[in-house]
Design a protein around this ligand. Structure first.
Ligand code: MSP
Length: 513
């Protein structure tokens, strides 16, 4: 097993405020980063902002700011996601940092030197008021697809990346690395696209000024995707041969939304191959959220603000809903009603309830001191076997990046735990002094199921999991320092430890109904 793990979010445009889409990718990456740390790996987790380009320039002009001033203001909203959503990123990159200029220009120079970047003419349909080029396919009835005004054919000198040359190397790479593009259905789409032939790609503009200058070519700035994608190596110190770069490159997973998969799975590996740098090991494309059945848009006024969700429901419940609700990779529908339902029925009524009833009885019958378990009876084995199977089931789900499966397996364990308590009726056992040892065993098992669940929930609901862990593994330190293999073994609950009488980590969300 590789001892290092490198995961990235896309870098977010600073022409807008964060919404559920940004929160989603970042939370998914965070769950994976936390999981891999708990496997004992060193993890580098990079996120950041994409600050160049026409959109930012225009938004800035509209606000009477310079693009840099706008970026400096908006970046705080994205950096604020880290504490608000309990994100454990280890790096944050802004494409306007000098280190990124050095990195992009170095990569560019390498491909310029070997002839993979050459000067040509870029021709397209230009919307003068919007200052934007469109391809014939993008036009709406021959007009600008965003403002509807007429367009004119224009030509400007541009540097091109020889993408056409990389058709075969890319197809070879996909063949040799079947897990490079996930999910599988997306992989097939990308392969079909590349098989259809690749055009060379315009990677600079003279009509744009807000960007990284092309080295040695005054008037040209590097066009958005070449600039943006390179963030993933800048974040590790490229072009300096740092220890970080040596340890963490190639990236294990670039997590992206389905709309930007092609840039990551086609352009990015080609840029890297050209520069003699290993392509990433994986790109995972997730689906999109609609909101209450509708496309999310500013004009509909239904944009979900992650900060507001955290204020209303807490980061744990929001994170849980996003990763539990849909098959990761497919589209999903966001609804606060459904979020409340899931949080109440699964986190409060199942996970919280198992822990609290067990702690309550432990307090009542054993003064809070964990008894040593006695001989196992058949119903105990049903629960302990489930506990033993849950850990590898979650591990397999996380390997597949199937958060929904991992969470379903954890909820299954606590459901079994509650059924076990119901069937064993510890409150009846407590009435018979001759059954005291049996009572101890039953409570031990119920608490042990909670402990294993708490450990496994740590990547998903980190704040609640920490509280659960403090209750069940007193003195055990932060749950993020726990290890899945060591601490996930059934029977890890320490006999003799004193546990609190209650631990409310998932209060019911009041619906007002
Ligand atoms: N700056 C580029 C990425 C460059 S990466 C080298 C960009 N930025 S973005 O801010 O527009 O988008 C960021 C992410 O949000 C994308 O992965 C996109 O898929 C995701 N989402 C935008 N709307 C979304 C939903 N409604 N649902 C889920 N994710 C969505 O693209």
């Amino acid at each position: 097993m590789k001892e290092a793990f490198y995961i990235t979010t896309p870098i977010y445009y600073v022409n807008d405020v964060p919404h559920i889409g940004h929160a989603y990718t970042t939370i998914a990456c965070d769950a994976l980063a936390r999981w891999h740390r708990m496997l004992g790996k060193r993890v580098f987790f990079l996120t950041g902002t994409d600050e160049h380009g026409e959109k930012v320039q225009k938004t800035a002009v509209a606000k009477g700011l310079s693009p840099r001033e706008l970026a400096d203001q908006v970046v705080a909203n994205f950096q604020g996601l880290t504490p608000a959503l309990t994100i454990s990123n280890t790096g944050f990159i802004r494409t306007t940092e000098p280190r990124h200029y050095a990195s992009v220009q170095d990569l560019f120079r390498k491909s310029l030197a070997n002839g993979d970047i050459y000067l040509g003419d870029y021709e397209g349909w230009y919307c003068v008021p919007d200052e934007a080029y469109w391809t014939a396919l993008q036009l709406a009835d021959g007009h600008c697809p965003t403002c509807g005004r007429p367009v004119e054919k224009r030509k400007e000198p541009s540097y091109f990346f020889r993408l056409s040359k990389y058709q075969k190397p890319l197809l070879d790479y996909y063949r040799k690395h079947p897990a490079f593009i996930r999910p599988e259905s997306r992989r097939n789409e990308v392969v079909a696209f590349v098989e259809g032939g690749l055009n060379d790609l315009s990677v600079s503009r003279t009509s744009l000024s807000w960007g990284i200058p092309v080295p040695g070519a005054p008037g040209h700035v590097i066009y958005v995707w070449y600039d943006a994608l390179t963030n993933y190596i800048t974040g590790l110190g490229y072009p300096t041969p740092t220890a970080e770069f040596g340890t963490f490159w190639p990236a294990d997973i670039h997590m992206v939304g389905k709309d930007i998969l092609r840039f990551h799975a086609v352009y990015w590996p080609a840029f890297l191959l050209s520069a003699g740098i290993a392509p990433p090991l994986g790109v995972f494309a997730h689906g999109w959220w609609t909101v209450e059945g509708q496309k999310m848009s500013k004009s509909l006024g239904n944009v979900v603000d992650p900060y507001e969700m955290v204020r209303k429901y807490g980061a744990d419940a929001f994170r849980y809903f996003l990763l539990r609700e849909v098959t990761f990779g497919l589209d999903g529908d966001f609804s606060e009603k459904e979020l409340i339902k899931r949080a109440n029925s699964e986190l409060a009524d199942k996970l919280g309830n198992l822990l609290n009833r067990s702690l309550g009885m432990l307090g009542k019958y054993f003064a809070g001191v964990v008894p040593a378990p006695g001989p196992s009876e058949p119903p105990d084995a049903v629960l302990s076997n489930c506990g033993r199977e849950t850990v590898p089931a979650v591990a397999a789900a996380m390997d597949e990046v199937a958060f929904h499966k991992a969470l379903a397996a954890i909820i299954e364990l606590v459901t079994k735990g509650n059924e076990y308590v119901q069937a064993m009726q510890p409150w009846s056992l407590a009435k018979d002094p001759g059954k005291r040892a049996r009572l101890g065993t039953v409570l031990y098992n119920a608490l042990e199921a909670s402990r294993v669940a708490a450990l496994l929930m740590a990547p998903f609901t980190p704040t609640a999991a920490q509280k659960l862990w403090e209750a069940l593994a007193p003195g055990g330190g932060p749950v993020e320092n726990a290890r899945i293999d060591r601490d996930g073994a059934w029977g890890g609950l320490a006999a003799g430890a004193t546990l609190p009488k209650a631990c409310i980590v998932f209060p019911k969300i009041e619906t007002g109904a």
